[in-house]
Write a protein that binds this ligand. Structure first.
Ligand SMILES: [Zn+2]
Length: 432
């Protein structure tokens, strides 16, 4: 008889005896739930032997997890396994919030969180870990408090740092499993490679606007993120959630799918999303699934890996180093303000709705993706100074490069965009 069956049998017979009810005939398979509600303290005093069987779960935990204990694939042994297991959540944002809430509630014994952000009012639209009273607090401080409030029987460990090539292996190797809730490509490739190098499964999730993806990478014989996406997109090609927007409920859907996969992996049950990429479209409410095999030529998880240690992921993703001088002209928000009414022509390359939220009074708005087709509108400024701005300075830098290539004499990027203007010049300009 397996250990599990033995344990379950002991559990059933003893508890039934003390309940003085034979639920066998009444409820059939529903027998186990009754045990979970038994007064275990009383049981222990009557039968000291029982204590050894519940050693890993306290009476409070038995009650708390009763709906798990009744599940055929979980039971007391599975719950003990969850208690002994650990998971690292990279990012305590939209995906990290449901992940953390459900893994904590499920009783995963040790949960690590990596994040270094503070709670902003614009987070509350989707990051359900936080409340109004948390605005301005470090996310991990608020998250730990909330999670321990849900489940005081587990440990919450906080790593208030940016995950880097220097610290990733050390942090990740402390946990059984990683759930990736990052919002940028550099960290996503870093998490992927670090998981392969440390042999940890990586429950991946990502979201954009109305669409999400979920998969499990780094499992034996399964693919990794690089098998599917060998190269990152060029920087600036894929807007961030801040720029492109995200439906608030979407990270809830994707994050709970990730939590489901994480719990299954920790329990060793079901069919995890290994070798399968799930695509969730919240608008059409269609879920599609793609088979994604491991690439034998993958530089990280392939048969002849070339990436044997962590690399510079910002460089890999084509993100220019901050110290590097840009190859085009830039102006700060203070310098622009100092020019007053004498400022040069100002072009906004955001979407029209963004200008409705926060405007710097630009002379013309041409969204970045329309710029190549509408360059003739800027002809009068081809030989003059022309300042370009967006929300944070990223898209406008792309626009400036585009204008230089098109032969414009002096396009200038506004560093930091409307965000910097709001922070350093005029707080009445909204941030979003
Ligand atoms: Zn791979």
């Amino acid at each position: 008889m397996s250990r599990r069956k033995y344990r379950l049998r002991c559990y059933k017979t003893r508890t039934l005896k003390y309940n003085q009810i034979n639920l066998d005939g009444l409820f059939g398979w529903f027998r186990v739930p009754a045990f979970a509600f038994a007064n275990l303290e009383e049981l222990e005093t009557r039968n000291p032997k029982l204590e050894t069987e519940y050693m890993k779960l306290t009476p409070e935990e038995i009650q708390r997890y009763s709906r798990h204990l009744t599940l055929p694939n979980v039971g007391i042994e599975g719950q003990e396994r969850l208690k002994e297991s650990s998971a690292l959540l990279v990012g305590a944002g939209g995906l990290g919030a449901p992940l953390a809430l459900y893994l904590a509630a499920a009783g995963v014994g040790r949960i690590g969180l990596v994040d270094f952000d503070t709670v902003d009012v614009s987070n509350l639209q989707r990051q359900v870990l936080y409340g109004v009273e948390d605005i301005g607090r470090p996310k991990l401080e608020a998250a730990k408090e909330r999670l321990q409030g849900i489940n005081p029987h587990i440990q919450i460990e906080v790593h208030e740092v940016a995950l880097t090539s220097e610290n990733a292996l050390g942090i990740i190797s402390q946990y059984d499993l990683v759930a990736d809730g990052t919002d940028n490509f550099a960290t996503r490739y870093l998490v992927n490679d670090a998981c392969i190098l440390t042999g940890r499964p990586n429950v991946y999730g990502s979201i954009f606007r109305f669409e999400g993806q979920v998969s499990v990478f780094g499992a034996p014989d399964g693919p990794c993120y690089r098998c599917i996406y060998p190269e990152p997109p060029p920087p600036g090609m894929v807007p961030s959630c801040a720029e492109g927007g995200v439906l608030g409920v979407l990270p809830g859907m994707v994050g709970t799918l990730q939590a489901n996969e994480a719990i299954k992996l920790l329990l060793g049950i079901g069919e995890p999303l290994i070798g399968r990429l799930m695509l969730v479209d919240a608008l059409s409410m269609k879920i599609r699934e793609w088979k994604v095999p491991r690439d034998p030529e993958c530089p990280v998880c392939g048969e002849h890996p070339t990436v044997k240690e962590l690399i510079d992921y910002e460089e890999f993703c084509g993100i220019p180093k901050q110290k590097e001088e840009p190859t085009f002209s830039e102006i700060t928000v203070q310098e622009l303000q100092a020019k007053g009414d004498a400022r040069p022509f100002l072009l906004d390359v955001r979407k029209p709705y963004e200008a409705e939220i926060a405007s710097l009074g630009a002379d013309l708005l041409i969204p970045l993706d329309e710029l190549p087709a509408r360059l003739d509108e800027l002809d009068p400024y081809k030989e003059k100074e022309l300042i370009v701005h967006c929300r944070s300075g990223g898209r406008s830098a792309q626009a400036v490069k585009m204008l230089l290539e098109a032969g414009f004499a002096n396009p200038i990027n506004l560093k930091g965009g409307t965000l910097a203007w709001s922070e350093e010049v005029d707080a009445s300009v909204a941030t979003y």
